[in-house]
Design a protein around this ligand. Structure first.
Ligand code: B12
Ligand code: SF4
Length: 517
């Protein structure tokens, strides 16, 4: 049977990284089937083109996964596939929480023939076999023989054949420049960011987050050996292609068990399996100096920190009181001293926020080493404690906000400001952090750091800018580059001064000597 796994784009930003679930389910498909992957971010498709593709390629089953914000598109694509008589199975966080919606049991139309609830590692092979026999059930639940919910242990994690999988659609560099870039530095013919998980689950239960409900509060880890082998495979592929690979450890809290994270990092170092990587780690766990030393030595370059707010009352309100704004600066300095950048994520529109919250937050940010600040709005995702709280209080203004996804738009009214004021705060946050002047200032403030490090923040800021300001397509990029030409030329001049090879940072192949939620 020929199976298509498809992840829709969100229509706003171009995702920089493929989705792990596709590769994982591909690796878990029983032998004898052909599995094709299409990520809408890399290969944009509309309803007509997916229907045509499915017919022409004789696809017999389509698996669609989507977050809440892409679900409307996912349903439209599923409808188009079902209209040509091909079965659709859907999975992922949204349909897990809203299975009746996907199955048309809530009064709306049906979009999926079957839904896989929760983690599908163990149910996917059953789904494929049922599809072959023509006996697909409506709902697949990961349960044991006694009907109890069962979470995959991750101890026998499948080997994802990164050395053989076709990854052409996931090269972040334009193909036309391939031959030239291959020769630069340690080779830049390709640049891919690959998702890798080392564990699942987070016990913290922050009110707005889907993770504790979805993955559960029991934390499960892969073996160190399995993670190290995956990194070695990726590193070898980058070397063979004359390209670069960076890894995004997608664990929700990569250091949730500090002892285990240290042991993994030590094993990565011992096996010389370092690639440059990004991970999410909460600020409280970065108090540990030894952990931060190991992060840097094991290739950690960027750490995503869910700071959410600089107001302890807001943090307590969303059950994230373990974040201590008073220690943010210390944590960020600790990372910066080891040349590790921080992606600092903030949420505006929290219940204790008042107009001016962006400026107050920016004032703090300006005292920190430069990194990548990002700003979002408090969003009630289905089945989260936040959603239930706002629903019960009658505060949801768009209870099914996902049916008509609007980027950076609230779906409820905050307590101490209006929706429009909250939207304005987010705009102020982005405009002040990603203007050409702000980018130049950030790069200049790192004049004492290696050139590669400064190029890194410039490229990252130009890319992250696109999360808020529409930056899809060549012209938008050209405009951004023109606006930032001063900073770009400055770095180019310095690069030629020191020799281009010295300037171009190598991601996967150079030994990590420099000292990253
Ligand atoms: C990596 C990640 C990202 C990446 C992008 C996704 C990518 N390319 O991988 C980045 C950093 C860009 C990102 C951004 C955002 N993210 Co995010 N992200 C994650 C994260 C941390 C890991 C995803 C992952 O790979 N998980 C591991 C895999 C194995 O799990 P999985 O995807 O759930 O797949 C399993 C099952 O769901 C199921 N399954 C999934 N799909 C399918 C399909 C079929 C057919 C079947 C049968 C089964 C199946 O099988 C898989 C194996 O068990 C998750 C949290 C988490 N731990 O999952 C949040 C998460 C998915 N993100 C979330 C959110 C809210 C966002 C943002 C909106 C944040 C923001 N405010 O800006 C943005 C939106 C991005 C966009 N593209 O529009 C929410 C989504 C909740 C929801 N209901 O939609 C999550 C769950 C985190 C949370 N805090 O609640 N994210
Ligand atoms: S720490 Fe992060 S992953 Fe865990 S519940 Fe809070 S926001 Fe979600």
């Amino acid at each position: 049977m020929k199976i298509l796994l498809y992840n829709p784009d969100n229509g706003v930003t171009r995702n920089f990284m493929p989705h792990l679930w596709m590769f994982l389910l591909q690796a878990l498909t029983p032998p004898g089937h052909e599995v094709v992957l299409i990520d809408g971010n890399a290969q944009p498709m509309d309803e007509e083109s997916i229907a045509r593709y499915v017919r022409e390629q004789n696809i017999a089953l389509v698996g669609i996964g989507a977050m809440t914000r892409m679900i409307a598109k996912a349903y439209r694509m599923a409808d188009a596939v079902r209209a040509v008589g091909v079965k659709v199975v859907m999975g992922g966080p949204h349909v897990t929480e809203m299975a009746d919606e996907a199955l048309g049991r809530d009064g709306g139309s049906r979009h999926a023939d079957a839904v896989a609830l929760g983690e599908a590692d163990e149910t996917w092979p059953r789904i494929v076999e049922d599809a072959v026999r023509g006996t697909l059930k409506d709902v697949y639940v990961p349960v044991d023989d006694f009907g109890q919910e069962r979470k995959p242990s991750l101890q026998s994690y499948p080997e994802i054949p990164w050395d053989k999988i076709k990854l052409d659609q996931f090269n972040l560099l334009p193909g036309i420049l391939h031959p030239l870039l291959k020769r630069v530095g340690a080779g830049w013919g390709t640049f891919r960011i690959i998702p890798v998980e080392s564990g699942r689950g987070c016990p913290y239960g922050c009110e707005f987050c889907t993770v504790t409900g979805f993955f559960g509060d029991s934390i499960r880890f892969r073996t160190n050996e399995s993670v190290v082998n995956e990194l070695l495979l990726l590193k070898a592929r980058a070397r063979e292609e004359g390209g670069q690979i960076a890894v995004f450890f997608i664990d929700d809290n990569f250091a949730i068990n500090v002892k285990r994270t240290k042991s993994l990092l030590r094993d990565i170092i011992a096996a010389n399996a370092q690639v440059h990587w990004v991970a999410q780690i909460s600020a409280n766990l970065l108090r540990d100096e030894e952990l931060v030393d190991l992060i840097a030595a094991a290739g950690g370059k960027w750490i995503f920190i869910g700071m959410e707010s600089i107001d302890p009352a807001n943090l307590a309100d969303v059950k994230k009181g373990f974040n201590k704004p008073g220690e943010y600066a210390v944590v960020l300095d600790r990372l910066a001293r080891r040349n590790v950048f921080a992606i600092t994520s903030f949420i505006f529109g929290m219940d204790n926020d008042t107009p001016g919250v962006a400026e107050r937050t920016l004032k703090e940010i300006r005292t920190w080493p430069p990194g990548l600040p990002i700003f979002g709005l408090m969003t009630p995702l289905p089945a989260t404690p936040l959603y239930k709280k706002l629903e019960a209080a009658g505060r949801l203004t768009r209870p099914k906000h996902w049916q008509e996804f609007i980027p950076f738009a609230m779906a409820h009214t905050p307590l101490k400001m209006s929706i429009d004021e909250a939207h304005n705060e987010v705009r102020i946050g982005w405009a002040n952090s990603y203007s050409p002047e702000a980018i130049e200032k950030a790069v200049d403030s790192l004049n004492h750091k290696p050139l590669g490090y400064r190029i890194n923040i410039l490229i990252a800021r130009l890319c992250f800018r696109g999360i808020y300001f529409p930056q899809m397509g060549r012209f938008a990029w050209l405009k951004t580059i023109l606006e930032n030409r001063r900073t770009i030329f400055k770095l180019i001049r310095q690069g030629f001064g020191g020799g281009l090879h010295a300037a171009v940072p190598s991601v996967a192949t150079e030994p990590v000597t420099e000292q990253n939620h």
